[in-house]
Design a protein around this ligand. Structure first.
Ligand code: NAD
Ligand code: WQD
Length: 339
């Protein structure tokens, strides 16, 4: 079985390529290296012993996408990660985000629909729920107006899939709404490679601890949560990766209830910013330099998942703890800096 992974050299994509290979799939990766490097291929090979086929290709080039699919008619599925993901940048440059996240999705789907097997997994996000009315958040929770062009691209992406599935019963799609993926492969051969100053909590913590950043700012301690800091559902990236394998198998085996479906991918457990810091301190054995700062604009108070749908229908459940993920994130950071 052969699977295309777009954005397969990126953070979640590379971990998914590993899990797909370990499950016996042949993988072909498309990536334009805008947020990754070919070094990731070496990391994947070290873990699985197999170098996946790699095509350096920008999905914004419709002709090249068309040509790629003409050359790969026998694909059994597509896992589509390729997109840009910086919320702030999307506010500064919305047209780039709509082109890179929405136009590319359309080009891929247009070509996929010419194939015999039209199995498609889409990277969606808990961002579609915005500030949810109740927790844990299940898949029937309201989709809230997006707070950024980035968030909008995920909502639009889901709508595009839903509408395409309505008129094409051969197309089978699953949107996975990830909560907060963190950590790295426990071999430390692959992990997250944030370019510039990290916007996300965990790479900011590990970069502070390694001396790359001076101090972590905790954005607000006056939220209506137990310790006043925001709550999120942090999930080990390998657990996220494994969810793609089972979702793809559900499509390939024709087990889905409808040809468009969505699943929350989280642990089901909320952790506050301070709890993440304490977890880091526990697993690393060192104190983190942090201060309490103002709230960050646009942050929701809390977001954690009801994962019962994924548990029952996909037979998938996150197995790693927050401490496991923080420990792997820290090992990866140390390896990056000693290279
Ligand atoms: P990433 O930036 O590490 O990976 C994305 C990969 O896609 C990169 O390797 C990049 O070079 C590639 N890419 C981008 N534009 C491309 C294009 N036009 N053509 C070909 N390749 C292109 O990001 P990630 O964290 O692995 O996220 C993967 C997906 O999951 C994205 O769609 C993202 O929006 C979504 N997502 C991520 C998170 C998160 O917290 N990391 C949460 C929810 C959803
Ligand atoms: C987590 C918590 C911050 C940095 C983002 C995207 C979302 C989705 C997941 C893709 C928050 C706090 C952070 C720092 C801090 N991605 N924090 N100091 O905001 O939940 O979601 O990733 O779809 O779209 O917006 O993740 O890691 O940025 O923040 O205190 O230096 O850590 O305020 O409470 P977030 P995050």
């Amino acid at each position: 079985m052969k699977v295309l992974v777009t954005g397969g050299l990126g953070y979640i994509g590379s971990h998914t390529v590993v899990e797909l290979q370990l499950a016996g799939y042949d993988v072909v990766i498309i990536d334009n290296l805008s947020n990754s490097t070919t070094k990731v291929l070496e990391g994947i090979t070290k873990i699985t012993g197999v170098t996946p086929e790699f095509q350096e290709l920008d999905l914004r080039c419709k002709d090249k996408v068309q040509y790629f699919f003409e050359q790969h008619q026998g694909l059994d599925g597509v896992v589509h990660f390729a997109a840009s993901k910086a919320v702030g940048e999307s506010v500064e440059n919305p047209l780039f985000y709509y082109e890179n996240n929405v136009a590319t999705l359309i080009y891929v789907l247009q070509e996929l629909q010419k194939l015999k097997q039209q199995n498609f997994i889409f990277s969606s996000s808990c961002t579609v729920y915005g500030e949810a009315d109740k927790h844990p958040i299940d898949e029937n929770s309201a989709i809230k107006p997006a707070q950024s062009p980035y968030g909008n691209t995920k909502q639009i992406g889901e709508e595009i899939l839903k509408d395409s599935c309505k008129i094409n019963s051969n197309l089978k799609t699953i949107a996975l709404r990830y909560f907060n993926p963190i950590g790295a492969h426990d071999s430390s051969n692959i992990g997250e490679l944030p370019i510039g100053i990290p916007q996300n909590l965990v790479p900011y913590i590990t970069q502070t601890a390694i001396g790359q950043r001076e101090q972590l700012s905790v954005f607000g301690d006056d939220y209506p949560t137990e310790d006043g800091t925001c709550v999120r559902d942090y999930i080990h990236v390998v657990d996220v990766a494994k969810a793609h394998v089972v979702a793809l198998e559900r499509l390939i085996n024709n087990e889905q209830d409808s040809n468009f479906d969505v699943f929350n991918i989280g642990t089901g457990k909320g952790s506050s910013v301070l709890e993440v810091i304490y977890s880091f301190e526990r697993v690393s054995g060192q104190k983190l330099n942090y201060k309490i700062a103002h709230r960050r604009k646009g942050d929701v108070v809390a977001a954690f998942a009801d994962t019962s749908k994924a548990n029952s229908k996909l037979g998938w459940k996150a197995k790693y703890t927050l401490d496991d993920a923080m420990s792997d994130a820290w090992k990866w950071e140390q390896k990056l800096r000693t290279k």
